[in-house]
Write a protein that binds this ligand. Structure first.
Ligand code: KG4
Ligand code: ZN
Length: 341
């Protein structure tokens, strides 16, 4: 059985062909980073227009790499939640058109479940039940994951997502977009104890939520105090940038690792799976590994190339195929956070 999976939730146009044995026959990711770079973040209208230009060539190239034609497929799967409305619509419309033209069943993918499924793919064995930590440009959330498609929200960011904070702080430090990899690189030369930034909600053992907006403001005020309306003319030395990056990254990692451990303690679950673009962060990966050794839980972090958005993780569609969960062609997009599935 072969499923074409389509991913257009944010700013990557991606497609893959996966089998029921979870083999990947072909995969293509067309990044839009260069289009959004000068804005320091994803511009939704630019993203959806770029998806429109790229979606058919990306699907063609994926089938070519898999050495398959449309008639070899058994289903088409597409991420329809959560994400940017305009971006989601492009992938969903392409998937529906293919289903209609080829008489194939349509499968809906929850993008956050797919990020955690990347851990299942890499592990080569069942990873459920687990606590799922999803940290990306759009989301920072903890889920109780009873199975690959049974998620229950435990906590989430109440303002910025972790990746969004990385991107915005990188812009303040005049580091390139996307900010996550740039901050990680700058942080390698910095002292993570140089500045004591706030760790919002970390001491609150009742809540599993995150907040990164105050941290972002603290970085801004460190660069130039609250009385200073602009940071455009502030010169930072390379060492100051490195120390700011390392101290900021440490504060984010403390919050993510701290709440993930708290979620394991509160739920009694023994496995943590982490996915999403920020899960590519080397410091976070090290910290989660240390915490797993200290607290004795099983840890699966998505492999680097499956952390940022891709369509391979859409292999979660195989689970829905087996469960007989197919969609009508009037399926809609759901941009907002999903609490329970
Ligand atoms: O999962 P993803 O590709 O897209 C969303 O679903 O949002 O995540 C993109 C985010 C960006 O904010 C980017 O800065 C961040 O992931 N990111 C990182 C790293 N690599 C990507 N953040 C921290 N460290 C990294 N190494
Ligand atoms: Zn994502």
């Amino acid at each position: 059985m072969k499923i074409l999976t389509i991913e257009t939730t944010c700013d990557e146009t991606a497609a893959a062909v996966v089998t029921d044995r979870l083999d990947v026959l072909g995969s293509v990711v067309a990044s839009q980073d260069e289009l959004h770079r000068r804005f320091g973040g994803v511009v939704p209208e630019i993203a959806s227009r770029a998806h429109l230009e790229r979606i058919l060539p990306v699907i063609d190239e994926t089938l070519k790499r898999a050495e398959l034609s449309l008639s070899d497929l058994d289903a088409v799967a597409v991420a329809n939640t959560p994400g940017l409305a305009g971006s989601l619509l492009v992938g969903l419309s392409a998937a529906k058109a293919l289903c209609l033209a080829c008489g194939l069943p349509l499968i809906a993918i929850n993008h956050l479940q797919a990020h955690i499924y990347a851990c299942r793919l890499a592990a080569g064995e069942d990873v459920f039940p687990c606590v799922g930590l999803i940290v990306s440009g759009g989301h920072s959330s903890l889920y109780r994951c009873e199975g690959p498609i049974e998620f229950d929200l435990l906590g989430a960011t109440i303002d910025d997502a972790a990746g969004e904070a990385f991107d915005k702080v990188a812009a303040m430090l005049r580091l390139p977009y996307p900010g996550g990899p740039a901050i990680q690189q700058a942080a390698e030369r910095g002292d993570r104890r140089a500045l004591n930034f706030p760790r919002a909600l970390l001491k609150d053992k009742e809540r599993l939520d995150f907040s990164f907006s105050g941290l972002k403001t603290a970085v801004r005020y460190q660069i130039a105090g609250p009385g200073c309306p602009s940071i455009d003319n502030v010169h930072l030395t390379d060492q100051e940038v490195a120390d700011l990056a390392a101290s900021f990254q440490e504060a984010v990692v403390d919050c993510l690792a701290g709440k993930a451990v708290l979620a394991l303690q509160k739920t009694g679950l023994k496995t943590l799976c982490a996915g999403g673009g920020v899960a590519a962060n080397a410091r976070l990966r090290d910290r989660l590994t240390e915490e797993s050794q200290r607290h004795g839980f099983r840890l699966h972090i998505a492999p680097l190339k499956l952390c940022t958005d891709n369509a391979v993780m859409g292999a979660i569609a195989v689970e829905r195929f087996h469960a007989g969960l197919f969609e009508e062609l009037d399926l809609d997009v759901y941009p907002g956070l999903v609490r329970k599935t």
